[in-house]
Design a protein around this ligand. Sequence first.
Ligand code: FNR
Length: 348
Amino acid sequence: MPDSKHPYPKNPYSRRKDEHLALATRFHGDDNGLDQVHFVHQSLPAVATDQVDIGTAFLGRHFPTPLYINAMTGGSARAKVINGQLATIAARLHLPLATGSLSAALKLPVLADSFTIVRENDPDGFILANIGADKTVADAQAAVRLLAANALQIHVNVVQETIMPEGSVTPDWLAHIQAIAAAVDVPVVVKEVGFGMSAETLAQLAAAGITTVDISGRGGTNFAEIENARRPDHAYAYLADWGLTTVQSVLESRAFPGTILASGGIRDPLQVLKALRLGASGVGVAGAVLRPLEKEGPEAAEAMLRQWLAQLPALFALVNADTITALKKQPIWYDELLLSYARQRRLV
Ligand code: FNR
């Protein structure tokens, strides 16, 4: 029976969400490829830190900073606590926040308050609802309504579905995405879950009318390893390195006509700077926020993000950029490996 510590009846969705939370702190990489990009150092300052404006715009809104907290959780008692903490941090720092996939709440409405806590704790914030590309227009509309969401993330997670014991992949996702984007009355982001996006995928999404993507690349939270660990037979260990890194994906997005959001293994403010330089309008963080939050508490996660936000203007000044527009013009160079990738894919 539910009690105050376990307010929800036993169910497979809550169990899966708790497994994801536990395994995400164990299975993550530390190489999203952004280390292969370097700014050319300049010795004479041209911009004062207090002149820097790190503001940006995406999904029809202006934001004071380019950072957002990406989709993670909901659907269990533990997830409710974490969503509440993330929303408090997002409210204090004025960061957009995405919840984890709402499909659990759509299937089992008693779980809804583990998601709606984000609206309670961040009533005026920019909240993104999240659902899978296998969902219907009605599901998408219900997800947006539940959170009074400002935008909707539709996740594409084919590797995860392939490996997870209860997963399923059907070739109708693009049709669902197109139908949902046309029907919902908030802006839509199509996002990966840490496997990156190719130029081919991005061209298909653009043709389907999608104008904002989160390329969420490989190199941070690793759902191939997480789902493999959830399988009793651990039969897909060899897929641990599948996917395009975050840096590869941002290069792949060069021809995308819309807005690029970048995430996947972002672990410090310099990586935020590099993602913006390569074309992103916003930068998402999931695992790097979850880990201090789980290990040391929400104060530690908030302190880390505060430090990133405080350091970003100084880093802009370091590369002589007073805005994101100016940043995108600063000279950079690539390590040989990344240059080889870009050449093979005809991206340079
Ligand atoms: C995720 N992520 C995710 N994404 C999504 O679209 N829907 C979801 O429900 C979840 N669930 C989820 C749970 C947990 C515990 C984590 C850590 C992550 C994926 C996330 O939004 C992001 O795309 C990847 O984690 C890559 O970014 P990081 O974690 O490397 O910064």
